[in-house]
Design a binder for this molecule. Structure first.
Ligand SMILES: [Zn+2]
Length: 107
């Protein structure tokens, strides 16, 4: 299965090309479309660090967002894991973080 790659520009979480909200991720300034995406990105990468025991997440991207649920992937080095996440509208809470079991959830 081929999952959509993240666009070069736009929101780091959802890829939206509108809006410009900047915040620091691992000490580096990143661009998001809004504060909700920025908050949620922070929560989701922190969860991924715990779940996969990675010291750092290189990239997390949600390619298919349906309201407060989304399909996405998270990457560390050459490893990419497919995830399904659920959060709140304002991005302040991560309600679920599920690793999709697609041949081990790796692509
Ligand atoms: Zn966004």
């Amino acid at each position: 299965m081929k999952v959509p790659e993240a666009p070069e520009v736009g929101c780091r979480l959802c890829g939206a090309s509108w809006g410009e909200y900047r915040t620091s991720i691992y000490g580096k300034e990143e661009v998001f479309c809004c504060d909700a995406c920025a908050r949620f990105y922070g929560l989701a990468i922190h969860e991924a660090e715990k779940v996969f025991r990675w010291e750092k997440v290189d990239r997390l991207f949600l390619y298919d967002v349906h309201g407060v649920e989304a399909e996405g992937w998270v990457r560390h080095g050459t490893v990419t894991k497919l995830i399904h996440v659920e959060g709140t509208q304002d991005g302040s809470r991560l309600l679920s973080f599920t690793v999709k079991d697609l041949q081990g959830g790796s692509i």
